[in-house]
Design a protein around this ligand. Sequence first.
Ligand SMILES: [Zn+2]
Length: 484
Amino acid sequence: MTVGIKGKFIIGFDGSEHRLLRDGVVVYEGNRIVHVGKSYSGQVDDWIDASTGLVIPGLINTHLHAAGAPNDKSFLEDIGVRPLYGSNLGENLTALNLATSREDKEILARYSLAECLRSGNTTVVEIGMVSAIGEEKTVEMIGEMGIRACEGHGLGDGAMERTGAYDFQIKWLEEEVGQGRLERAERFVERYRGAHNGRLMPALYPGGVMSCSLEYQKTIREKSDELEVPVSIHAGEWVVEFQNMLRMYGRTPVEFMHDTGLLGPNLIIGHLWAIAGHPLLAYPAVGGGDLALLAEAGATVSHDPVVFAKRGNRMHSHSKYLEAGVNVSIGTDTVPQDMLNEMRIASYVSKLADWDPYSGTSREVFNSATLAGAKAIGRPDLGRLAPGALADIAIIDMETINSVPCRDPIRNLVNCAQRGDVRTVIVDGKTLVDDGRLLYVDEEKLVREVQEVGERIWSKIPEVHHFKKTADEVSPQSFRPWEE
Ligand SMILES: [Zn+2]
């Protein structure tokens, strides 16, 4: 079947960059785009009217935790552990994870993916679902939700241990444990490569730079080259980790991954705001510093600004990374799983970091959320509207109270548009969101279920929190309760 979209604004790809096409058409046949231009003379079976819309390639989210993340909401805002430099890792996040049952993680995963789709996000590099709900359930859910996803097993040959009041050290595991995880991850790749018409893209997920030894990282490099899959790791995500890497090896997280050879074009580094030269770290960059190593290796940084902005922290800065030649993509990490919101904050955070309105432009941020994400996962057929690319498309209404007047639709998308303005989302040629509603998810039921999950988690916090605190003690309500 051949479908055409008539759009007021279309972001077409000319082979080297995005261009703005006014009053044009995008035509796709099955799951591939066959034409982008002012008009189309061939046969079209069905037309989608986007005469008030902006037609863009589906956004690519390079770092999120679908099964765990929604439990942050209504809990981790406005708080952080001071002795952990404001992070919630290792304490509050650990408690939330322990308080969430496997069944509840399944509901949260469905919710996260629903949120992603509703914000025009068609491809996700999702980390953690396989461990949280099992590989079969994960694969089934990706099939059911219709989204395009990288998935894989977690890897590591070390585990983080709380060895002092606020001291975290790595305990190295038996060699067979790390090896067993690698074998399981490889089996997943072989079993599910090409699943769901290729929508499921297996990947390798070493958990963090601290919990994978030098030798283990070398093995992951070899394995990923052999399997030809993307690799995603957490690094440069908190002060504790940066300092521990210096103590353990005398190297920054990036220098260490350079030493191990893990740094390469198929590596996506989650967060990586903590690099040499960042003002919070008191560790100056020498020469080109970490950015030069990243650029030379062709590695990708997944910039996930919202979760860090909430802790009073930020990357320094999106534009500086780009100027250094680093491939910067965008991820949502936690909540909300809303790429439009993430793009907006990415833009503002970069301007704030540089004290400069010319930093973090809409163009830069949109390129990061499309072309850079596609590069990160080695897929030149995604993140662009061009003949031969996959039909992963989002249509955002620009004639809403949010986005008029519209002279430059990309600026309005980054600065003004809201998730509710996303009218249509197509993945692999199949329409998943129509008229702003998910076609294959009962949204009312999902909303009810997620609220119930939240209530269950908050009541379990005292049992699992390191200091046995209640939810209200860890995270006091914004206002005291009304008392007569
Ligand atoms: Zn993460």
